[in-house]
Design a protein around this ligand. Structure first.
Ligand code: SF4
Length: 256
């Protein structure tokens, strides 16, 4: 089965428990202004030309079988470390058949499976992958319809409704919040997000500080980076948010 791939990252320790292989699917239906992987937004082939002379490609056509052959190579590491396979992107759920088939192969091989999603897809897609997914990383990027549309092009309503349905269907979900000052770090936003998480029965929230790691990719793609003047999320603001979510009863992990 066809799969439009951005890249595969082996030996990843940042995309879930243990040592993992992360499969970055190409294509996304959001346009988050802080996106660290802008090359994954398009389904079309992209060439990143860095000022150092290095070139990278994204958006190549491959097959699920080919990707699984690569994933299989590190099976011993998954077993030893409690790791597995992560589907990320882009939005992996925009290629639901390929995602389902890959997850199914991984489950049959006994690997832990994780889907990293922004949640802005129809719920029927979640229903397809749910039987083969051990854990979802689920982004909440803003707390109002207006802010979601403005900063990501997506819908808060869709993302929040899908979260409630996903949990009701029995999925294990960790919430991931990219902490963007002026977007979702204020008292009203965090209360609204905590209320939603409480309603969905979420236990863990991961806080991801805003940084500029992906900026060189915008230059390499010839894309404008609209958040050029934005500073890193101040530590005090990160702590304030972390303390709030903790006080609301969530397990909070502050990511690097
Ligand atoms: S959902 Fe992820 S991949 Fe898509 S634009 Fe937002 S940050 Fe980038």
């Amino acid at each position: 089965m066809k799969l439009i791939l951005s890249r595969v990252q082996r030996f990843s320790t940042a995309d879930g428990p243990g040592i993992r292989t992360t499969v970055f699917f190409a294509g996304c239906n959001l346009t988050c202004k802080w996106c660290h992987n802008p090359e994954t937004q398009s389904f079309q082939p992209q060439v990143l030309r860095f000022s150092t002379g290095k070139e990278e490609c994204s958006g190549t056509e491959t097959t699920v079988q080919e990707v699984f052959a690569l994933v299989k190579k590190d099976a011993d590491f998954y077993t030893e470390s409690g790791g597995g396979v992560t589907l990320s992107g882009g939005e992996p759920l925009l290629q639901p058949n390929a995602a389902t088939e890959l997850l199914k192969l991984c489950k049959e091989a006994g690997y832990h499976t994780l889907v990293d999603t922004a949640g802005a897809v129809s719920f029927s897609t979640f229903e397809k992958v749910l039987p083969y997914t051990d854990l979802f990383y689920y982004d909440i990027k803003a707390a109002t319809e207006k802010a979601y549309l403005r900063y990501t092009g997506g819908s808060y309503r869709l993302v929040s409704e899908n979260l409630i349905k996903l949990r009701a269907a029995g999925a294990n979900v960790v919430i991931r919040i990219p902490m963007i000052e002026g977007v979702n770090t204020d008292a009203r936003s965090r209360k609204k997000i905590a209320d939603l998480c409480e309603r969905a029965g979420i236990e863990e929230i991961d806080i991801l500080p805003y940084h500029k790691m992906g900026v060189s990719k915008y230059d390499a793609l010839g894309m404008p980076y609209e958040m050029k003047g934005k500073r890193r999320t101040p530590k005090a603001l990160l702590s304030r948010n972390a303390e709030y979510y903790k006080a609301r009863g969530f397990t909070v992990k502050l990511q690097k």
